[in-house]
Design a protein around this ligand. Structure first.
Ligand code: 2RA
Length: 339
């Protein structure tokens, strides 16, 4: 079977990769419609061997569409999602707007694929920093329940869209010539700097990005007892979020067992050989769909703790790839229902 699919936000940093992934993974698409705000209408975008024109995101845009993959800001998603569901489409949404809605499944296909069956027209894809951490944690959780996580992130500028990368380039050029580039996308100049704030102040001294890691992790893993203490930091890297993770499990897991679990986990690649300087780094993970794990070691401060390092392309598994994988699951479900 083939589907009519719409991509909303097709010209953004993530939307472009959604299109790449749709072509690469050969989704059975009958008709592909590209939708965006007025600013992008009429732009031409290549898809496989075709050139498609971007059309206006408006209430009537979803007639005849089966599946929508959307990468838009929260407020855009809040407005258009009902236009799509009223027309009978299922929306795979990458914004933060729907993620914690109890009626909306929050899905990572390697972790909780069964959750898609409960959708009521909208399925949410998690925030990038949560996705890579949960793909890795799930490898351990399936063996022994995860109880506590302390995570520090090192998040790439592309997490803030194309404007984030532009600001890194401009800020770096300015710094190298002794000038100051005014920060617009970030709170401070990002060149040769780290900024320990992603998102706005949310609660108890934590930011919105940090609280996403707390709440989304519990929802995806289906376990409200998991406690997470996050610190999210913006770093001058264009693509690839990195995370230093300390996890405590209900019972101890040996380093060898953890490596075995990571190596066997779907969507995880283990790169862990400190003697030979082998560990994941953003520059090696860019353009790849897996979550990369390395530096696995015992926590020196608690008997049930393990420490590890985790890197993933935030635009791929952190966003576009995960959403396209959800669309694949939906197509399998539609095919099963029609056979
Ligand atoms: C960031 N997590 O890196 C955000 C993007 N969703 O800014």
């Amino acid at each position: 079977m083939s589907v009519n699919l719409a991509v909303v936000g097709a010209t953004g940093a993530v939307g472009r990769i959604v299109l790449e992934q749709l072509a690469l993974r050969k989704l059975p698409i009958n008709r592909l419609k590209l939708l965006a705000s007025q600013r992008s209408v009429g732009k031409e975008v290549r898809f496989a061997d075709e050139t498609l024109k971007v059309q206006l995101l408006e209430p009537d845009a979803f007639q005849g569409i089966d599946i929508v993959v959307a990468s838009t800001p929260d407020e855009v998603s809040a407005e258009f999602a009902s236009w799509a569901t009223d027309a009978g489409a299922v929306v795979v949404d990458e914004s933060g707007y729907w993620r914690m809605d109890p009626k909306v499944p929050l899905v990572i296909p390697e972790v909780n694929p069964e959750a898609i069956h409960d959708h009521q027209g909208i399925i949410a894809s998690p925030n990038c920093s949560t996705t890579q951490m949960v793909v890795a944690l799930a490898a351990l959780h399936r063996h022994c329940p995860v109880r506590r996580v302390v995570v520090s992130t090192y998040q790439a500028t592309s997490g803030a869209g194309l404007a984030g990368n532009e600001e890194l380039y401009d800020s770096t050029r300015s710094a190298l010539t002794g000038k100051t580039h005014p920060a617009k996308t970030f709170q401070y100049p990002i060149a040769f700097n780290l900024i320990p704030q992603i998102g706005s102040e949310k609660e108890a001294g934590y930011t919105s990005e940090e609280m996403k890691m707390v709440y989304e992790t519990r929802k995806i893993m289906g376990d409200d007892d998991i406690v997470v203490c996050p610190t999210c930091v913006r770093v001058p890297v264009t693509i690839g979020h990195s995370e230093s993770i300390l996890v405590e499990t209900a019972d101890p897991i040996s380093v060898d067992k953890a490596r075995e679990l990571f190596a066997a986990a779907p969507g995880v690649t283990l790169v862990d050989d400190l003697d030979n300087k082998q560990y994941p780094m953003p520059q090696d993970c860019e353009g790849k769909d897996d979550v990369f794990v390395g530096r696995v070691r015992k926590d020196l401060s608690s008997p049930n703790g393990l420490a590890f390092w985790c890197v993933s392309d935030n635009l791929r598994k952190g966003a576009a790839t995960n959403a396209v994988q959800i669309a694949e699951l939906l197509i399998q479900k539609l095919a099963a229902a029609s056979s």
